[in-house]
Design a protein around this ligand. Structure first.
Ligand SMILES: *Cc1c(COP(=O)(O)O)cnc(C)c1O
Length: 390
């Protein structure tokens, strides 16, 4: 067993020599940015990986750029009648920052305790809809929302709907029906995500006009000319990032198999050691995460202390929600009891494509022991139980 600190997240991107194989193209073409050959090849290969027989995505510089472009392409900038962007508080800061950069004031809504996401049915008659310019639904840890329900909501009230599916690449590949012509999905290819280009992202949208609007928003508002005709910014992926993505796609089946084995071991080892709480790993969530939902906030505190003592990293990936962060303190928010409960109980555990059985065992022992010691004052085994995620 390693005595070193096990980091919460230890990404492993393609090796330099594998990326190098693609760099002949920019060397030869002297084309380095602005939708070159490697970017277009990556888009075609990713579209087919997501089960489409035509291009259904457009790459961007980051996942945040994908969100911002999707907002500009569907809703445009905020106006005085519709100044709000509705979104969950239970998400990463990028969701709200992207909305702010398009002029919207974030308005935080609570999530559903089972899906950890906004409930499309509950949204249908939310009073804030009247002042909302856009709805940002998050696919937490890659778990996709009900896309048909979101399409219906959009059709019924006309409000632009975007899904922040930053970590949802694998879930989307497993469920091509989720791809929509009216509700764009934003992906992140950041190093901490399962499929990565280092920094990067994409908008997945089965609409030619939609993707043209993304291309325009991410290229200074230009489309087929050098005249700025719409709000935009520089959100394009470079050829060098595309090279990383192509090399990543070459190894991705192998990578996914490695993650699947680690997720399987997580489930087995946590069950064998009777770790209390509910474990979430792939394929239900993105393989980049392992999450433990403690039975109570107090138990989550004991887990955190035990992990720190065992020199094992943990993280609340979405902290306690955005509404508690200094920058968003003045944003409008509904009461957020589910968000606060999830923030207090849902813990990120270490995940990496080379996490070992020994490391997972050490982690399971630390968690199981923390709870048994606390309940009984002695270190006995066999109490508590792990439930597999439903
Ligand atoms: C990773 C992530 C982002 C940001 O993506 P970047 O590529 O880092 O810009 C946005 N939203 C969520 C939910 C994320 O997990």
């Amino acid at each position: 067993m390693s005595l070193e600190f096990r980091k919460i997240c230890n990404p492993l991107l393609p090796q330099a020599q594998d990326v190098l194989a693609y760099l002949d193209v920019p060397d030869q073409t002297r084309w380095y940015a602005n939708r070159g050959q490697l970017v277009r090849t990556l888009e075609t290969r990713l579209s087919s990986y997501l089960g489409a027989d035509k291009d259904i995505l457009l790459t961007t510089a980051t996942g945040t750029a994908a969100l911002e472009a999707a907002i500009l392409a569907t809703a445009g900038r905020a106006g005085p009648d519709r100044p709000l962007a509705l979104m969950p508080s239970y998400t990463f800061a990028a969701t709200a920052l992207a909305a702010e950069r398009c002029g919207y004031a974030p308005c935080f809504l609570d999530v559903d305790p089972a899906t950890w996401s906004l409930d499309p049915e509950a949204l249908a008659d939310h009073p804030a809809l009247a002042r909302a310019g856009v709805l940002l639904v998050v696919a937490p840890y890659g778990r996709l929302p009900d896309m048909r329900a979101l399409e219906r909501l959009h059709a019924r009230c006309g409000l632009p709907v975007i899904v922040d599916a930053a970590a949802g690449f694998e879930q989307l590949a497993a469920c091509p029906e989720a791809i929509s012509a009216t509700v764009p999905l934003a992906l992140s290819f950041h190093a901490t995500k399962t499929f990565s280009t280092g920094e990067g992202g994409a908008v997945v949208w089965d609409s030619f006009e939609g993707r043209a609007a993304i291309a325009q928003a991410t290229n200074f508002g230009f489309l087929n000319s050098r005249e700025c005709r719409a709000p935009g910014f520089n959100g394009k992926m470079s050829e060098y990032h595309a090279a990383v993505g192509l090399a990543m796609l070459d190894i991705f089946d192998h990578r996914q198999a490695a993650y699947a084995e680690i997720s399987h071991q997580y489930r087995d080892i946590f069950a064998a050691h009777a770790v209390p709480g509910t474990l979430f790993v792939g394929p239900k969530i993105s393989s980049a995460y392992a999450l433990l939902l403690a039975e109570s906030p107090a138990q989550a505190d004991r887990f955190r202390r035990a992990l720190e003592e065992a020199r094992i990293g943990w993280r609340r990936w979405y902290e306690a929600g955005l509404h508690g962060m200094a920058h968003f303190r003045d944003c409008r928010a509904d009461p957020l009891p589910v968000t606060e409960d999830l923030g207090a109980r849902l813990l990120g555990l270490p995940m990496a494509p080379d996490l070992t059985t020994d490391e997972i065992t050490k982690l399971a022992l630390a968690l199981a022991r923390a709870e048994q010691t606390d309940q009984q004052g002695t270190d006995t085994h066999g109490h508590g139980q792990v439930r597999s995620a439903p």
